[in-house]
Design a protein around this ligand. Structure first.
Ligand SMILES: C[S@@+](CC[C@H](N)C(=O)[O-])C[C@H]1O[C@@H](n2cnc3c(N)ncnc32)[C@H](O)[C@@H]1O
Length: 256
């Protein structure tokens, strides 16, 4: 059964089963690099979503972030840009967390294989159980278990503005390595397009406290030039909400 079918049929029972378990016994440990897992503590997020009667993705968009429909709008935009048009057979996502983009992606396409690299073990286990995805061992900056040129769509959402420059840069090289010719690379970064004076003021005065690596900025030009040097052409860029301001979603296509 494809991940999408498994996901749709399993999502309700999977969540119910997980939530019904006292102590969340599938949770083994959390490799909580640089404290970023603090953004999405597994048990508290699940509990709050259940109390609000929302899916975990909708709870994060509506309640935690105050941006209802944000995930759907980004994935819809990717659809309009043709990212799912060729029917990607293999998808790889870095840092899927709660799976809010993963779940929407599985509504847009039916990959035979959906790999994730997620350093927060509780979220990875939940996604494997709920959506039938394959969790690869995440060392925090590499995709070594995934062969070269083997993935049709490589994506990461709201990850590269929560990690350090070096982690993001190392992942960029890996994304370009694993994508197939003709495949897409999609990720968001907080570029200069997101940092006008009003946005700078908003972050400075109302930015989230306590996370040394968030929000991390990344020059757009550096991304575009790097991916061009790796045979990936920028197809589109658009803004999406991030915290008190925005992030820029970039879509690249690997040359055939
Ligand atoms: C801000 S959350 C975003 C989660 C999800 N993509 C979303 O938008 O809802 C960042 C995610 O990246 C994961 N993460 C952080 N550092 C990572 C790394 N070095 N490699 C893989 N995942 C990482 C975190 O555990 C978390 O799930």
């Amino acid at each position: 059964m494809r991940p999408r079918d498994r996901g749709i049929s399993a999502v309700k029972t999977g969540v119910k089963r997980l939530l019904g378990r006292t102590g969340f016994d599938i949770v083994r440990s959390t490799n909580n690099r640089q404290g970023v897992d603090d953004f999405l503590p597994f048990e508290a997020t699940m509990r709050a979503a259940r109390a609000a009667g929302l899916s975990v993705g909708d709870h994060i968009d509506q309640v935690m972030n105050g941006t209802p429909g944000a995930t759907r709008s980004t994935v819809d935009r990717l659809g309009e840009l043709g990212v799912f048009a060729a029917g990607p057979r293999t998808v790889l996502e870095i840092g899927p967390g709660s799976g809010r983009y993963l779940e929407r992606t599985l509504k847009e396409c039916s990959p035979e294989r959906y790999e994730i690299y997620e350093t927060a073990a509780p979220w990875a286990a939940y996604l494997v159980e709920t959506f039938g995805v394959v969790a690869r061992p995440a060392d925090g900056a590499g995709l070594a278990p995934t062969p070269d040129a083997s993935v049709d769509l490589v994506q990461a959402h709201k990850v590269f503005n929560t990690v350090t420059f070096l982690v993001a840069a190392r992942y960029f090289f890996e994304m370009a390595r694993v994508v197939r010719p003709g495949g897409r690379i999609v990720f968001d970064v907080m570029t200069e397009n997101c940092l006008d004076p009003a946005a700078m003021r908003a972050w400075a005065t109302r930015g989230g406290p306590g996370h040394d690596s968030y929000p991390a900025a990344m020059p757009r030009r550096a991304c575009v030039d790097l991916f061009a040097s790796l045979g990936c052409t920028l197809e589109a860029g658009f803004l999406a909400p991030l915290g008190v301001a925005s992030t820029e979603v970039l879509v690249f296509r690997k040359e055939t």
